[in-house]
Design a protein around this ligand. Structure first.
Ligand code: FBP
Length: 552
């Protein structure tokens, strides 16, 4: 493989660990803290997790290592979407495991959770691991979205573990994968398999966080990558002074990514889905809000701007959710065939008009035709509209164009509006991890092995105090059941890790809210530039504005 000079240099980078993990394996001791209780629905969660519920939180410190000396054979999987730093979790795990005992082994199960079910794996050695240190991507073993959730699957996993003598599994994933890790841990404990399960918090979306997990890995690098591009676009906009850029950023449901990018780059507009839902904003209100900025800036002679749109926003617009639900109903079962058999869009439109309520038809009617058609083309395997595929950046720019055209007719707006569209998603998920993510991930993996070595099961590897330099980070573990509550999922009550949405009374949103009116009219752009890997710590090692504000 041809290597870039950065890749060669990054192989040599030594990730920083929390001080408590730096003295060598023999001097890492464990301190157990208080018993834990789940964040809500304690009795129900306790009943569902009789063997793993209520365990103590733990912190490592420097001291004598009192863990039992036994050969460890550990399996690791990557689950879900890519996030920068995943390779370093595996490298940290590998290094801790081998320095504890060179006879220990690390199996990487390929292609995500399905690798465990299919017993498809590699056994890592130095050469293999060294080719992935401090690099982005999940290509070391691949990832997948198969869910490990049924007892039948757990029994298969138990068999695979028995076959290889596996003593522990590390699951690197988001809220769903770590929920499943907790259920698997309970299954292993209930069936006396002796296999432990440890989770690591991953996702660029930043929605796996709570009072114990300060942030998921990958969020730092992905938002830095998107912010670099948004900053570059802002500078282009400010140079050419002729385009309005609508930039959709990934993040599935929550708007943490959009908010962090806005805090870094100060665009004219950034929508926050959680606020849209809270204020029950309509598409028309959102379009008016953006059009106001366009019109005021135009009156100031600035016919350009940048608007950041979170990926999941349309699902948070109440009238749009109702429309989607009605469309799903309209095309349920055989009715989809009837609809698809209609030859022209005019006939299809008449079918839709007959099937939707007046209110939903009003919403449907204002959508650009391309989006209207998209709603009927892109269906998931259950026949539902795939909201995530809707090009919301184009939707909003079209709605804004309509508003401006109307204002022009009324004589209240005279400017020019030339929109351009961008979607920033996959380009951020496999970037070379920032120093923060490289260090955080390596620490998570190293720490995960210490949890295994000390015999913990059903824990999430926890590294905290993250807005401080790495030497001040705190390493430990938290029972996953502590982060769980009961939620209604697909018509059933399920124990799940609570997904974190943007809190509208949280410091990051408040900071943004206090400044956005000024940013909407006055060009206040900030250009973060590319991620820096070498140089002063204040340029290279600082993490997100979100975390800094949360830990102020
Ligand atoms: P995870 O939650 O699995 O980390 O994935 C996050 C994400 O990148 C979302 O931001 C995005 O909506 C989704 O994955 C895209 O999924 P896919 O890779 O399957 O297209």
């Amino acid at each position: 493989m041809q290597l870039s000079s950065l890749q060669k240099a990054r192989y040599e980078y030594k990730p920083k660990l929390p001080k408590m993990l730096t003295g060598g394996i023999s001097s890492i001791s464990v301190c157990e803290g208080k018993d834990t209780a789940s964040v809500a629905d304690c009795d129900k969660i306790k009943a569902l997790f009789p063997n793993t519920y209520g365990k103590k939180e733990i912190v490592f410190s420097q001291g004598e290592n009192t863990s039992e000396a036994r050969k460890q054979i550990v399996g690791v999987i990557l689950s879900g979407g890519q996030a920068p730093g995943g390779h370093n979790v595996i490298c940290g795990l590998y290094d801790a495991l081998k320095s504890t005992n060179p006879e220990n082994e690390l199996y990487g199960f390929k292609g995500g959770p399905s690798g465990l079910l299919e017993d498809s794996y590699v056994i890592f050695d130095d050469e293999y691991i060294n080719a992935y240190r401090n690099t982005g991507g999940f290509d070391i073993i691949g990832s997948g979205r198969t869910k490990l959730e049924t007892n039948e699957q757990f029994a298969v996993v138990a068999e695979v573990c028995k076959k290889h003598g596996i003593t522990a599994i590390v699951i690197i994933g988001g809220d769903d994968s770590n929920t499943n890790a907790a259920v698997l841990a309970e299954y292993f404990a209930a069936n006396n398999t002796g296999v432990q399960v440890i989770g690591c918090p991953k996702t660029i979306d930043g929605d796996l966080k709570n009072e114990d997990i300060e942030c998921s890995f990958g969020f730092d690098t992905a938002t830095k990558t998107y912010s670099e591009i948004i900053g570059n676009i802002e500078r282009d906009a400010n140079s050419a002074k002729k385009y309005w850029h609508f930039v959709k950023v990934m993040g599935r449901s929550a708007s943490h990514v959009a908010l962090e990018c806005a805090l870094k780059t100060q665009p004219n507009i950034c929508l926050i889905s959680e606020e849209v839902a809270e204020k029950k904003m309509s598409l028309s209100q959102i379009a008016d809000y953006i059009a106001d900025s366009v019109a005021t800036r135009s009156a100031n002679g600035e016919n350009f701007g940048v608007a950041v749109i979170p990926e999941g926003v349309v699902e948070f617009v109440p009238e749009f959710s109702v429309l989607i639900a009605e469309i799903n109903e309209l095309l349920a079962g055989k009715k989809a065939d009837e609809f698809n058999a209609l030859a022209s869009w005019a006939e299809k439109y008449a079918f839709i008009e007959k099937g939707l309520t007046r209110a939903s038809m009003d919403v449907f009617a204002i959508l650009p035709q391309g989006i209207q058609q998209q709603l009927f083309l892109e269906r998931d395997p259950h026949g539902n509209v795939q909201v995530s595929l809707i090009e919301s950046e184009k939707l909003f720019s079209a709605l804004v164009a309509d508003k401006l055209a109307a204002r022009k007719k009324e004589g209240t707006y005279k400017g020019k509006f030339a929109p351009l569209h961008h979607f920033l998603g996959y380009e951020g998920r496999c970037a070379f991890p920032s120093n923060f993510d490289a260090d955080y991930c390596y620490s998570l993996g190293y720490n995960a092995f210490m949890l295994i070595q000390y015999g913990y099961n059903g824990y999430l590897s926890k590294i905290s105090n993250l807005s401080k330099p790495a030497t001040e980070w705190v390493a430990g573990g938290m029972p996953i059941t502590k982060m769980m509550n009961i939620e209604r999922r697909h018509g059933e009550d399920k124990p799940v890790i609570k997904k974190a949405l943007v809190e509208l009374d949280g410091k990051p949103f408040k900071f943004f809210e206090a400044r956005r009116d000024e940013w909407a009219v006055k060009t206040s752009y900030v250009y973060p530039g590319a991620i820096q890997y070498y140089g002063p710590a204040e340029v290279c090692d600082i993490t997100t504005v979100t975390l800094a504000l949360e830990q102020e």
